[in-house]
Design a protein. Structure first.
Length: 294
């Protein structure tokens, strides 16, 4: 029977004979886990699928330096089996963490409280956005528009149509303003997603350190683990402060720059609108808040 050295050399020179090499090595790859550790057939099959794509690279990198191909193949097989065991242990740990540890996703904010129905007499008018309101109806419409732009991230087609009828702003104008504000919020959402991913990684490390600390018996190693755990918790608290500072709604200044009006107009309009909505929904609580403010 022809040796593996000659078969591999023939394959490297001509690209032929791969089927015979795979036939000789397949059972060796498949049975390797069972000869080293107590494993079942599932582990043997998974390791075979893990190593098979790397077999061609192993054949191409082999160089005949006086030692047989079996010696080189066994060393490569041993190394890849260590990598396979490490990845399998990591996957099992991740599954265990996913079952026992709560990971937070990007929070969804609720839609603001409902506002009175639009007046049927002036739904088609265009609001003149200036510093001073011409009438109480115009002022009310502007405040509704400011509130809608404040929640631009949550507006769907139905809400945009409803706001358009309520405020009298043209559909193209309203959609353009909403899209511009959403474009500014997109970078914040990306940053918040990155912060949440980083928070999940820290949660994972804390979970693993807590598990190691529970089973460790060496006092010195236990002290080192406790110190690392304290540092990770400090990092986690600082990261959570950053997450809380990220705002997923436009600022009043951004809305003011979009409409080219003073920022104070936005602040005052939203304050009185929220106060009036609170008075309409909870008159008793509103009276108490007025007395407290006074």
């Amino acid at each position: 029977m022809e040796s593996l050295n000659s078969l591999v050399a023939y394959y490297q020179n001509t690209g032929l004979g791969l089927a015979e090499i795979v036939k000789r090595l397949s059972m060796r790859i498949y049975n390797y886990p069972s000869g080293k550790h107590r494993t079942d057939e599932d582990d043997c099959g998974e390791f075979y699928l893990f190593f098979y794509p790397r077999l061609l690279r192993t054949l191409e990198h082999f160089q005949d330096r006086g030692k047989p191909f079996e010696w080189y193949f066994n060393s490569v097989l041993r190394w890849h089996y260590k990598v396979y065991c490490s990845r399998k242990h990591k996957d099992q740990t991740n599954w265990a963490i996913a079952r026992n540890q709560l990971f937070w996703e990007l929070p969804e904010e609720d839609w603001p409280p409902s506002v009175p129905a639009p007046s049927p007499c002036g739904a088609g008018k265009i609001i003149a956005i200036d510093r001073f309101g011409g009438s109480r109806e115009s002022t009310w419409r502007k405040r509704i528009l400011f509130l809608a732009l404040k929640n631009a991230r949550h507006l769907d087609d139905r809400a945009i149509s409803w706001i358009m009828d309520l405020t009298g702003v043209a559909e193209e104008t309203l959609i353009a303003m909403v899209e511009r504000l959403r474009a500014n919020l997109y970078k914040r959402e990306l940053r918040l997603h990155k912060l949440y991913k980083r928070q999940n990684r820290i949660f994972t490390k804390i979970f693993l350190l807590q598990r190691d600390l529970l089973w460790e018996v060496d006092p010195q190693i236990k002290a080192d683990l406790a110190l690392s755990l304290c540092e990770l918790r400090t990092t986690l608290r600082a990261l959570q402060k950053k997450i809380r500072r990220v705002r997923l709604h436009p600022s009043n200044r951004e809305i003011a720059e979009l409409l080219e009006i003073p920022k104070g107009t936005i602040d005052t309009s939203l304050y009185w609108l929220r106060r009036q909505l609170m008075e309409n929904s909870c008159p008793d609580k509103a009276g108490q808040s007025q007395r407290l403010c006074a």
